[in-house]
Ligand binder design. Structure first.
Ligand SMILES: [Zn+2]
Length: 115
């Protein structure tokens, strides 16, 4: 695989010299534009009927034992929301989330009832 790298670079330089096909402008593709808007949490429309609204912060009303809504105030929630959508890439957003997840051991197993 390492030997293929110099070959491809010379091939691409030749390609630029005598290109017969038009260049791809992926940044102008509608689908790419939707994807970028979606990852940034902005509004976009794939068609006249299919309008996607911009992402809006829904304030946390969590009832878990960690009392999240008390520990994380509205300002902090807004900051996290902005930070997440400013990343602007689905892969990077997932990476951000994986960094926050910690695996915990199961504290209690419950037996399943036999049917
Ligand atoms: Zn919670």
């Amino acid at each position: 695989m390492a030997s293929a790298a110099p070959d491809s670079s010379t091939a691409s330089s030749k390609e630029i010299q005598c290109r017969r096909k038009r260049l791809r402008h992926e940044e102008n593709w509608a689908k790419k534009k939707w994807k970028i808007a979606k990852d940034k949490g902005e509004s976009y429309s794939t068609s006249a009927e299919n309008q996607k609204a911009a992402k809006d912060l829904v304030c946390l009303t969590c009832q878990c034992p960690f009392s999240c809504s008390e520990n994380v105030d509205e300002v902090e929630q807004q900051r996290i929301f902005q930070e997440f959508y400013e990343i602007g890439s689905h892969d990077a957003q997932n990476k951000y989330l994986y960094g926050l997840i910690s695996v915990m051991e199961v504290k209690r197993h419950t037996k399943r009832k036999k049917l």
